[in-house]
Design a protein around this ligand. Structure first.
Ligand SMILES: Nc1ccc2nc(N)nc(O)c2c1
Ligand SMILES: [Zn+2]
Length: 374
């Protein structure tokens, strides 16, 4: 078994690449999509479900787990893996993004970010050292540094100033967690907004700090697809080729294809789980809005060749009924299917890259997911 942090590249196709990342809780084949389990659960699914649908690595979140039930409590319970009975790899986001998107009354200083809890309004400080301590307590296999996710539309002066702070915070995170300590990897997060030279500057500064992987942050923050792709294609090649590259918060099938084409290895997004809640289901023929009247008497499965429990057991008519009746089972079956689709989609993409036919795969999938449809 390789040491945690070992990342070996497999066959590629253009800039798209396959790889294998070793973590303390197992190996991950890349490119990989990571289901989001913000509060220590991928909503409505058990760990057994995650293994059945082929999930290899899931996301937890420092901000949420720190506020509730508390990282010290999770540590006392043996860490997040034991607490949630998930023995596969876990990546935890640092909370920077959640503080900016969830909490009220936040203030950024050199020390860190002070914020009030969205749960009870209590005051907290996330310093780089505090965030690393939380992630070490959770026992995550891949920890993200504390960064400022620059808001969409920020001007150059603000973006440049923020980039400097993000690098200084990254430096302190690195100092607080030695490479591979306890088998826990630490990834840097490139910022720089939508300014290509600032993105290059951020990448350069973070590469000097020698992280075990590199993420592109500050994207999927409200920009147009064209704006995201412009930065994606320009910044991805700046990230070390021999380390995992992670595009945070992305994304829809069309965006996963663009990210893989650019050379991204890891993705996460709430889309499949959140859309399960609003009845939007993903298939290889495109999206299905299960609440539509056309499915009222449709006795066929959602996707004939999908191996998931929902497709093997129930008709569209039944899935539609559950959704319209707001039954809890609707969320569970829809989530099982959507995450099975994302897992199969990535497996087929990896195979297409290995066989040198990624562009054909991308073209076929973009036909099912036209621009307007994501
Ligand atoms: N779109 C996103 C999603 C998650 C993020 N997490 C961090 N820490 N930083 C960012 O810039 C993110 C952007
Ligand atoms: Zn299915």
């Amino acid at each position: 078994m390789n040491l945690p942090g070992t990342f070996t590249l497999g066959p590629g196709d253009g800039s798209a690449r396959t790889g294998r990342l070793t973590t303390a809780h197992g190996e991950i084949e890349t490119p990989v999509f990571m289901p989001v389990g913000t509060q220590g659960t991928v909503k409505s699914l058990c760990p057994d479900d995650l293994r059945t649908i082929g999930a290899r690595i899931i996301l937890g979140n420092t901000y949420h787990l720190y506020l509730r039930p508390g990282d010290e409590l999770v540590a006392k319970m043996g860490g997040l893996h034991r607490f949630m009975a998930w023995d596969g790899p876990i990546l935890t986001d640092s909370g920077g993004f959640q503080v900016f998107s969830l909490s009220g009354l936040r203030r950024i200083t050199e020390e860190g970010v002070t914020f009030s809890s969205h749960i009870d309004g209590s005051k907290h400080l996330f310093s780089p050292e505090k965030v690393i301590s939380i992630e070490r307590n959770l026992g995550s296999d891949i920890m993200m540094v504390l960064d400022e996710c620059v808001p969409y539309g920020a001007d150059r002066a603000y973006t440049e100033k923020s980039l400097g702070l993000t690098t200084r915070w990254a430096t302190r995170c690195r100092a607080a967690h030695a490479p591979l300590d306890r088998g826990q990897l630490l990834f840097g997060i490139v910022q720089g907004g939508f300014f290509k030279d600032l993105r290059a500057e951020s990448a350069r500064q973070l590469i000097d700090l020698a992280f075990e992987g590199y993420a592109l942050g500050g994207l999927s923050v409200g920009e147009s697809r064209a704006e995201m792709y412009d930065i994606l294609y320009d910044a991805t090649p700046l990230l070390p080729a021999d380390k995992p590259r992670y595009l945070m918060g992305v994304g829809a099938p069309r965006d996963l294809l663009a990210g893989m084409a650019a050379g991204i290895d890891m993705f996460d997004c709430v889309l499949p789980t959140r859309n399960a809640r609003n009845g939007t289901l993903f298939t290889f023929q495109g999206k299905v809005n299960i609440k539509r009247a056309e499915y009222r008497e449709d006795d066929s499965p959602l996707e004939a060749d999908c191996p998931c429990y929902a497709c093997r057991t129930f008709s569209k008519a039944y899935l539609r009924h559950l959704y319209v009746a707001r039954e809890l089972l609707s969320y569970r079956l829809n989530t099982l299917h959507n995450l099975t689709f994302f897992s199969r989609f990535m497996a087929q993409a990896r195979q297409a890259i290995r066989e040198g036919r990624f562009e054909a795969f991308r073209t076929a999938m973009e036909a099912a997911y036209p621009e307007t449809d994501a």
